[in-house]
Design a protein. Structure first.
Length: 664
């Protein structure tokens, strides 16, 4: 057994705050990381955020923020969410980190130097929300993105390409020789049949249409695209590349968790990049399903998202962690509902586990004053052996489930043991034994069997519900420091006589029972409020779209001679600054050829910074009468386009054009 273990989640794209479904991957990673730490392994648990790209730049502009300020705000919220969910990550990586950016540039340079990256031009379809290029044959009907079902747009720009096609045969060989590299197996079949065997195309790995990203080291007008920037985080976090150009030993035992929507990137592009870098692949990729809401994917725009912070504040962190971990079966989708959440808390946690702990401890205190008598030897009952055998069997299943990535089943195995222990109480009837003096030794055996079973249950459930299980272990008189937890966990799954430190006391309920109707009404109210907020946000967009349509229909046709009166020219912004005492205006100096400079005042300060404007080629209407704005003469007008959401984008040119060129 390797004494090191590396687990990672995908780095989240912080364009929006996360919902309860988004939280699953990180909670699952924490469950596995805590389990491996209990086994005595040196664990490195990585998570983080992918903060570059066109979508982030656009979102920041809509919020009138610089991209870094925007992502700082969302990252602070995400870190607070992970703290609230008791996530014990070892390293939080941000793709804006200076060290990550430097190493990404080194990786890009290495791939370019060895011929795996080359310069070309992209022309085709692009999905901005997914930040993905598509061929025409990959699109859904109506030119929709096959990943998110949103409309795509045409794109044409100079970029660098990674020779993905070069690694097609090696990828096919990988999945033939290592069928368990990607699990479940259905994901492998999908990748091989739908993507690899039909033929891989080389991959665009740089962009020039936006600036928010890591500059290509030898061509800084390009920024490194998400595939090399974001995917490389798994190894830049391990300080690759360095002078050794290798990865540390812990990489050999690495598990990468990901949702089914990003399998293609991790199962095809990521191993191909590692092959190109002559690096070993991770040990395994586990692609889980989604947490659905009434058979529909959770979406902020639909108003069906559930805020995990609100849930943890109302029901407790461990209850929400348990619900998430138990709800998604191996590789398949789980289904969130208000009813299932409250039922799991009431039935599994309050009734089964909570009552088992409270009743067992209360009987120990009542019948033996909370201490194991030294002058009485336990005498086995007819039911003891079956409980012991069930414990051995179910904890063996629990361990096997981790090896097989059957994480929800690992919890189910322990709850079978919990239910067996509750049945054991009914079978032995300790309250009846307590009334018979000659049965006191059997009574002691029953109580000690219950307490030992609870001790091992708490150790097994600790990775899922750390805070609650530490309370149970402390209540059972067990040492809960790291060293003692590891020592105790090594022995779970074999029967031991119960022992404890000090005198045990009765306990408050670990998981109080909830009023079903009250909580369902509360949760339904939350969802109704969220749906109303989503609809209110969409209404202005619908009105804007209707207005645009109406205005378009009302436009009158014009003669070509009318259009010819417009002096439309291309110019380059050579100077730009904010207008004092205005949050809307920029003052640009624009070269329209032959060193002729125009002074222009434009109302785009909420959408572009002065730094972003410098060097841009723009479209100008040059034969308007000059006018003064805030005391500054404006000699022309920039042409812009208004999105349905009201945001403004400049009209620019795809390729360099001579300043002063006339649009005709």
């Amino acid at each position: 057994m390797s004494d090191k273990f590396y687990i990672s989640t995908p780095i989240y794209y912080p364009s929006n705050k996360l919902h309860i479904g988004n939280s699953y991957t990180t909670v699952l990673a924490d469950y596995i990381a805590r389990y491996e730490r209990l086994r005595g392994k040196e664990v490195f648990f990585l998570t983080g955020t992918d903060e570059h790209g066109q979508k982030i730049e656009k979102k920041a502009t809509e919020r009138h923020l610089a991209p870094r300020a925007f992502t700082d705000e969302v990252v602070a919220w995400i870190k607070e969410l992970w703290r609230s969910l008791d996530i014990s990550y070892d390293y939080y990586i941000r793709t804006v980190d200076e060290d990550h950016c430097r190493r990404v540039q080194m990786i890009f340079q290495k791939l370019y130097d060895q011929g795996d990256i080359y310069k070309g031009a992209y022309q085709g379809w692009y999905c901005t929300p997914c930040e993905t290029f598509w061929t025409g044959t990959q699109l859904l009907a109506g030119n929709l993105c096959p990943d998110c079902n949103r409309p795509v747009e045409t794109a044409q720009e100079e970029c660098y390409f990674f020779r993905l096609s070069k690694y097609q045969d090696r990828l096919l060989q990988l999945y033939k020789e290592r069928p368990d590299f990607l699990v479940p197996t259905a994901r492998v079949n999908e990748m091989v049949k739908n993507f690899i065997e039909p033929g891989l195309q080389d991959l665009a790995v740089s962009r020039t249409s936006f600036k928010w990203g890591v500059p290509v080291p030898f061509d800084p007008k390009h920024v490194i695209y998400v595939w090399i920037d974001a995917l490389s985080n798994y190894i830049t976090a391990l300080h690759y590349p360095d002078e050794r150009q290798t990865l540390p030993d812990i990489w050999q035992n690495s598990l990468q968790l990901l949702g089914k929507d990003i399998v293609r990137f991790h199962a095809i592009i990521w191993p191909a990049l590692l092959m190109a870098l002559n690096l070993p692949l991770p040990k395994k990729l586990y692609a889980h399903g989604w947490l659905m809401f009434k058979d529909d994917k959770m979406s902020k725009s639909k108003g069906n998202v559930v805020d995990p912070l609100i849930l943890t504040q109302r029901y407790g962190v461990d209850a929400i962690r348990y619900y998430l971990l138990s709800e998604l079966p191996y590789g398949a989708d789980g289904h969130f509902s208000n009813e299932s959440l409250i039922e799991r808390i009431n039935i599994n946690l309050a009734n089964d586990l909570g009552n088992l702990y409270s009743r067992s401890l209360a009987m120990f205190v009542k019948y033996f004053a909370g201490e194991i008598p030294q002058d009485l030897k336990p005498e086995a009952t007819a039911f003891d052996a079956d409980l012991e055998q069930t414990l051995v069997k179910q904890i063996s299943i629990y361990h096997r489930c981790f090896k097989e990535n059957q994480y929800s089943n690992s919890l189910a195995a322990i709850f079978v043991l919990i239910q067996r222990a509750n049945k054991y109480i009914d079978e032995t009837s300790p309250w009846v034994l307590a009334k018979q003096e000659d049965k006191k030794a059997e009574l002691l055996s029953v109580i000690l069997h219950l307490l030992e079973t609870l001790r091992q249950i708490a150790l097994c459930l600790y990775p899922a519900m750390p805070s609650s299980m530490l309370r149970i272990l402390s209540g059972l008189g067990q040492a809960t420091d790291k060293t003692n937890l590891i020592a105790q966990f090594k022995e779970v799954g074999s029967w031991h006589n119960f022992s404890c430190q000090g005198t045990l006391q009765t306990s408050e309920p670990i998981f109080p029972r909830l009023d079903m109707k009250k909580e369902i009404d509360y949760l339904n109210g939350l969802l109704e409020a969220q749906k109303a907020a989503a609809q209110a946000k969409q209404e202005p967009e619908k009105q804007t779209a209707a207005k645009v349509q109406s205005e378009s229909e009302e436009k009158q046709t014009v003669e070509l001679s009318d259009f010819a009166k417009l002096d439309l020219r291309i110019g380059t912004v050579v100077k730009c600054e904010r207008v004092a005492k205005s949050d809307k205006l920029l003052h640009e100096t624009i070269n329209i050829g032959n060193d002729r400079l125009l002074s222009v005042v434009s109302g785009i300060a909420r959408y572009y910074t002065p730094e972003e404007m410098l060097g841009k080629q723009v479209v100008l209407l040059c034969n308007l009468p000059a006018r003064k704005l805030k005391g500054i003469v404006s000699e022309a007008m920039l042409l812009t386009a208004e999105n349905p959401d009201g945001s403004i984008r400049l009209l620019t040119v795809a390729d360099k054009v001579q300043d002063g060129a006339i649009i005709a």
